[in-house]
Each structure stands twice: as C-alpha cells, then as structure tokens.
Write a protein that binds this ligand. Structure first.
Ligand SMILES: O=P(O)(O)OC[C@H]1O[C@H](O[C@H]2O[C@H](CO)[C@@H](O)[C@H](O)[C@H]2O)[C@H](O)[C@@H](O)[C@@H]1O
Length: 284
C-alpha cells in the first residue's frame, strides 16, 4: 500500500558518479546546510497533454513537507509563473513547507511561503508585441494543426504535444519562432514539446546559484527533466569546483535524453523522484 510516505520509502539509490556519491554523502552528513532545488513539470508533476491540467504528484507535497524541516532550504525552480506553480503544486499553507521558495519564469519571479507574495519583474515590452503578432505569424508560416499557445504573463509559449506529430511540429516551428523572439528582444526557450518566447537575462543556473549563495548552503541537490534544467546542472558543476558538493538528479524521459547523460542519478520520472525525496527525508 502507498498511503503514506513511510509505506513507500526504501533504501537510497547509489549515484553512478564519484561526484554524485560525494554530493549525497555531504547531504547526508550536513542536511541542515543543504539546499534542495527541484524543477516542477516532469520532475514533481507528471507530464500531461494539457499544461493546465498538470498537478504535483500526489506524494510530492507529503514528501517535501517531511524533507524541508530537515534541510537548509527547499526551492522549486520552474519555467512556470510562480503563482501557477504554487497553485498546481498545492504548495501554499502546508505545514513543513513554511519556508518554501518558488522561483518562477526561470528565476525572474520569486514566491515565498513566509509572505505568500510574488515578486515579479517589470513586463518586457517584447512579450506584449510577440504575443500580439503570434497568431498571425503561425498562420503565415503554416503551423500544423493542434498547436496551442500558452499565455504565461511574462512570456508566451507554443506547445506541440497535441499536434498529430508533436516532434515534427516542434522541429518545424523552432527556427521561425527563434526569429520572432529575436525580433522582439526575447530568447527562445525550447522544452519538452514546447517553444517559449521569454525575456533574456536569467536562467535556472543563475537562479540556483543565487539561491544557494543566498542560503549559505554547503551542499546542493538539484533535480530536473528538461533542457531548461541544463543551466542548473552547469551551476551545480560550478559550485562543485568552488568546493560545494552537489547531487544532480534526472527525472528521465525519452524526450530529453541530454539530462540523463549529465546526471549523477537517473530516476524513472516524477513518481521515482518523489520516492527518492521521501527516502532521503527518512534517512536524514
Ligand atoms: O520548468 P518546468 O517546471 O519544467 O516547466 C517547463 C514547462 O512546463 C510546462 O510544459 C510542460 O508540461 C506540460 C504539462 O505536463 C506538457 O503538456 C508540456 O508538453 C511540457 O512542455 C508548461 O506548460 C510550460 O509553461 C513550462 O515552461
């Protein structure tokens, strides 16, 4: 039965790399000095066809609520607007998650559980302009049927998962949308069957490095599943070079094999990530 975190915890898996084993050892030795940072979609939430239906795995919040009081900090670092991740995650008002931080829009936004408020940057004028142009532009370039535009406030994203051939639609739209983004001073952020036009100036690597420095953590765990998580992986590498041990966890999928190739620990999607977090919490 899997009715409580205790019922599904097991022995911690061993990372496949020396750096990862050192990272896990440091986390187990100094949990109160450890920063835990986690991606949302594909890591804490299963991938679903409709982005508005994504929700945290049912065991994610219970596992995090046990883990968070034992470590220096838990942060969710996501491409979603922070408020959306908080809502879809069910992260607000949870005992144990009283100090949770959600860094939205790749670190441009910050929500914290203490204040319950989102701090967001000024809107980028290029997003408004690109949003207005996008429907006509997609018609003009003969975009395939089934694509869907996600309004994200500080960004706009084009999803191909519900096209007849999602990968072909992604490939066909990538260059034209990169041109549109550049014309409006934006960057194109590719993800799992999604192409997002967003302001430049931040990424999950900067968000993670700033967060770790801000907490004064002496060890770090980062888990992600998508291309947007690669800068965070690179940030953990850089922290390791500065003497901060780290553990890189991949929530694996065939859609983003690049992550598994870079990770210390490869887990089979959000349910395995959540099980790992519960096991870790149990061991600390
Ligand atoms: O940084 P993340 O938390 O991983 O967010 C990245 C993007 O996630 C969402 O899209 C992805 O998940 C959807 C729901 O499972 C799925 O339908 C889509 O194909 C995925 O790309 C979200 O909609 C985006 O805004 C995020 O940037």
């Amino acid at each position: 039965m899997e009715s409580s975190p205790h019922a599904y915890t097991g022995p911690l898996p061993t990372p496949s790399t020396q750096a990862g084993r050192e990272g896990l050892t440091a986390i187990l030795a100094r949990p109160a000095r450890t920063a835990v940072a986690l991606d949302f979609d594909g890591t804490l939430a299963e991938i679903v066809p409709d982005p508005e239906q994504a929700r945290a795995h049912p065991r994610a919040v219970p596992a995090l609520a046990v883990l968070a009081p034992k470590v220096a900090s838990v942060a969710v670092i996501t491409g979603r607007p922070a408020e959306v991740a908080v809502r879809y995650g069910g992260f607000a008002g949870v005992r144990g998650l009283d100090h949770l931080v959600v860094l939205g829009h790749y670190g441009a936004e910050r929500w914290d559980a203490v204040s319950g408020e989102v701090h967001a940057p000024a809107p980028h004028p290029g997003v408004t302009a690109a949003r207005g142009e996008l429907p006509g532009y997609l018609d003009q370039i003969d975009a395939p049927p089934g694509i869907w535009i996600e309004e994200k406030g500080h960004a706009v994203a084009v999803h191909t998962r519900r096209a007849d051939d999602p990968q072909a639609a992604f490939a066909a739209l990538r260059d034209p949308l990169a041109l549109l983004a550049a014309r409006h001073g934006l960057v194109l952020e590719p993800g799992r069957m999604v192409l997002e036009l967003r302001p430049p100036g931040t990424d999950k690597g900067k968000a993670l490095a700033d967060h770790v420095r801000g907490t004064g953590a002496e060890a770090v765990l980062y888990a992600g599943d998508d291309l947007g998580d690669l800068p965070a992986f690179a940030a953990v590498d850089a922290l390791r070079e500065e003497g901060v041990p780290g553990l890189l966890v991949c929530s694996a999928s065939a859609e983003a094999p690049e992550l598994a190739a870079r990770a210390d620990l490869v887990l089979r999607g959000p349910s395995a990530v959540v099980e790992f977090l519960a096991s870790l919490a149990e061991q600390l």
